[in-house]
Design a protein around this ligand. Structure first.
Ligand code: ZN
Length: 346
């Protein structure tokens, strides 16, 4: 009976245990649920972490690609700049080539139909002697030139030049007297250059045609050789390369004489001594010295019996250029040509 009838105290305690059991299970369930939740959260955290890692890697890859794209863009920009430079260079070269073509056309010996002018066959022996000297480069150089000689003043000019150890150039005309032949020989023997001016100095005649110019040129060329034993290689146009008489022929003359190897020289300082009345030596010297400052000066003066004051001015001219640091040179193909500019045809 003890088993079926519980003591009064046991009856009091048994009902008291009943409420704890569900609580216990509920707690267990709760714990299990919490554990499950924790597990799920942990799993979620893991998933999120790995997702974050994945996104991180993706971001890294995108960043890398962005950098690559930026580097590519920089390289493209550089290539574009290079291409632009090359284009500018090519354009400059094209311009230069077109200028050269224009110049060649301007100076071309060939007529529009392609025919070569007949004057190229004239004077078959008229070619400048081969030049083997050294080019004059650098420093300040003065080239004194005397046109229209020889003359009664040639000897005085030569003596003054000798006194200063200066070599000059004489552009002579066709003079056949014994005294003039002796002067031509003196010019050459004392180490100066002898060049061609023209036989007659008659503008109307020599600029009538290229043929006429060539004829006189050849006559003087052969005469200079006969008298002095040297062939000249430089010349000066009577009146300068641009004058009132040679407009229709000067380009062809320049081209034809260049083809034959001759160099012509105009001037960039002048004695201004081709006047009716001789000017004072002081004024002539001052005009000659207006070339001071240029790297290469070609001074025009005249060797003529009526130009005594030009000779008087010579020492001051030489001393003036020497004081300004110039050396003197005769003209030869090694000296850069000083020529008047031709306006370009439009
Ligand atoms: Zn002259």
């Amino acid at each position: 009976m003890e088993h079926t009838i519980a003591p009064a105290g046991a009856e009091r305690t048994a009902p008291a245990r009943v409420p704890y059991r569900p609580l216990f299970f509920a707690a267990l369930l709760l714990l299990a649920a919490l554990a499950g939740l924790c597990g799920w959260l942990a799993a979620q955290r893991q998933t999120l972490l790995s997702r974050a890692g994945e996104l991180d890697r993706q971001a890294g890859r995108l960043e890398e690609r962005l950098e690559e794209q930026e580097a590519l863009a920089a390289r493209r920009e550089e290539a574009l700049a290079q291409a632009e430079d090359q284009l500018a260079q090519a354009r400059a070269e094209l311009d230069a080539a077109q200028d050269t073509i224009a110049l060649l056309e301007e100076y071309s010996l060939a007529a529009p139909d392609g025919a070569v002018p007949e004057y190229t066959a004239l004077c078959p022996d008229l070619y400048a002697p081969a030049w083997e000297g050294e080019a004059v480069t650098g420093g300040k150089v003065c080239c004194l030139t005397f046109d229209d000689g020889p003359s009664a003043n040639t000897g005085r000019v030569l003596d003054i030049l000798d006194r200063y150890g200066v070599k000059a150039t004489f552009f002579v005309v066709g003079k056949t007297g014994e005294a003039d032949q002796a002067r031509m020989r003196e010019i050459v023997n004392r180490g100066h250059a002898i060049g061609i001016h023209s036989w007659s100095h008659d503008y109307q005649k020599i600029y009538a045609s290229v043929d006429a110019f060539l004829e006189e040129f050849d006559q003087l060329y052969r005469w200079i050789y006969e008298v002095t034993g040297v062939y000249p290689s430089v010349y000066r146009f009577p009146g300068g390369s641009i004058n009132g008489y040679d407009r229709g022929v000067y380009q062809e003359i320049v081209a034809e004489m260049a083809r034959r190897g001759f160099s012509y020289y105009d001037w960039n300082a002048s004695a201004q001594d081709a006047t009716v009345r001789p000017r004072p030596a002081r004024d002539i010297a001052a005009d000659c010295l207006k070339g001071v400052g240029k790297d290469l000066v070609v001074v025009l003066a005249h060797d003529s019996a009526a130009r005594g004051t030009t000779v008087d001015a010579l020492p001051a001219v030489i001393e003036g250029y020497q004081a300004a640091g110039y050396t003197f040179s005769p003209l030869h193909p090694g000296v850069e040509q000083v020529t008047f500019g031709y306006p370009k045809p439009r």
